[in-house]
Write a protein that binds this ligand. Structure first.
Ligand SMILES: C[S@@+](CC[C@H](N)C(=O)[O-])C[C@H]1O[C@@H](n2cnc3c(N)ncnc32)[C@H](O)[C@@H]1O
Length: 230
């Protein structure tokens, strides 16, 4: 554990110095933040969790401990040195070296993963420090995946506004502050927003799928409730 921790910190520091924009944080997430994110996901042993921006694995470790077995976790990371560390640390986890701007293409290259079986997307992406065009591409990719039903767990250091403005296409269902992190963070859960009613008159009762909407799985599998435990 000690050696891994030092190595993770060294890789994180190196990335932060050479490429600060996509890192967007002074240090890896604290155990408290990782636990809170995992709690939002809950136990999901039969389904897939997709982690984006896995970094040195602070949140990956909590997801493995509390939510999914290794073969149900897919970790996406753009930095080759972080990818190498993740592969060393987490046996059995599918670690994909890819840019979140091309998320769906990267996922379709992985054998045996049906995107309809992903119940949660856990994102550590620093949406406020990435370039606007990147954020636009990433949210478009999230939109494509979230049409299948998964929830998006995203944290931000913007305690007052959260990520709601950046993730305006989605509906926020949960928001929770974590003080024991550097800096303190807000963890939020989003789901696909309901389609706007065509006209107020013709749709007297607009449909609002709740966060507890059952998630449809591949044929033959049971439907599960993908709502967060909180
Ligand atoms: C704030 S760090 C979080 C790292 C780790 N999950 C943690 O909580 O300590 C953000 C991570 O997102 C990764 N990242 C940033 N932009 C990305 C992109 N476009 N595609 C994939 N990963 C990206 C960075 O390399 C970095 O590892």
């Amino acid at each position: 554990m000690g050696m891994t921790w030092f190595k993770a910190l060294a890789v994180f520091g190196q990335e932060l110095m050479t490429n600060p924009r996509p890192i967007g944080a002074a240090c890896p997430s604290s155990p408290g933040l990782a636990r809170r994110v995992a709690r939002m996901v809950g136990k999901s042993p039969d389904h897939y969790v997709l982690e984006i921006g896995a970094g040195t694995g602070a949140i990956t470790a909590a997801l493995l401990r509390d939510c999914v077995p290794a073969h149900r976790l897919i970790a996406v990371e753009r930095s080759p040195s972080m990818v190498q560390l993740l592969r060393q640390r987490f046996d059995g986890v599918r670690v994909v070296e890819a840019d979140a701007c091309e998320l769906t293409a990267a996922l379709s290259a992985i054998k045996g993963v049906d995107p309809r079986r992903i119940t949660h997307i856990v994102s550590s992406l620093p949406l406020r420090s990435l370039l606007p065009e990147q954020v636009e591409k990433i949210t478009r990719e999230f939109c494509k995946l979230m049409a299948y039903g998964p929830q998006l767990v995203q944290y931000t250091y913007n305690l007052r506004q959260g990520s709601g403005e950046v993730l305006a296409n989605f509906r926020r269902s949960v928001s929770s502050l974590v003080w024991l992190n550097l800096p303190p963070a807000r963890v939020e859960v989003f789901c696909a927003a309901p389609a706007p009613a065509l006209s107020q008159r013709s749709s007297p009762k607009p449909r609002r799928p709740s966060s507890a909407t059952p998630f449809l799985l591949a044929s033959g599998a049971k439907a599960v409730n993908a709502s967060p435990r909180h």
